[in-house]
Design a protein around this ligand. Sequence first.
Ligand SMILES: [Mn+2]
Length: 264
Amino acid sequence: MSSYIIGDVQGCFDSLQKLLKKIKFSIDKDRLFFLGDVVNRGNKSLETLSFIKDLKDNAKMVLGNHDFHLLACCITNKKHSNKDTFYDIVNSKNYSLIDFLLQKPLVIEYKNSLLVHAGIAPNWNKDITLKQSFAVHKNLMKENVGEFILKMYDNNPSCFSNELNELEKCRYTINCLTRMRFCKANGDLEFQHKLNYDEPPKGYKAWFLHKNRILANTDIFFGHWSTLTNVDIEHIYPMDTGCVWGKCLSAIRFEDKKIFSVTC
Ligand SMILES: [Mn+2]
């Protein structure tokens, strides 16, 4: 049995099938983890999400910002943008797919490693990370989830503290775990820049580069940052290799950390 962790598929169903063929995925023996953003930008969001859902216990996933955006467009009156390509799901009125996504966590702990879409604030330990992820998860499972989701659309608070109310804490958590690239050592988030980690905005660093980062000795697998290249930092596994931008879709085998890629 092997476990494979797969980066941002973004609706690129054909590339995903190509990748599964390359790793000789066996539904009886292997387990897949998806790092979020399984939908949007690519041309087959519906097929991709249905496929992952049908894998049942053989696949796990965390929510990414695009998955969250799909939820907002299906559950609330939030308008999708011209760039969104998940109309196939919205129009399918397949509520079991929406329910499936609502049940997904923001973080998965697997054998002492953490899987997350964007990253983990440098000043967060495993307990806070899992506790905050669970707080968001609980809200996504509630009856009035639409109201909750609408309240999550804001860049503030940019910093986490115990003085925040529950909704503010959830908003920071979603922004941190599903959207973060650059931040300050205290977890203060920045959202304007998408360049490589060696070109940070003034006063900020890539979240995984901060000295004294609490989880520096924990393996962290993440997606979201397709322009991230040449990262050679122990315990840090960036897996978004830009599938939807014509680059690659990649999986890493958990047991030996071997990387498998297909061109898209
Ligand atoms: Mn993303």
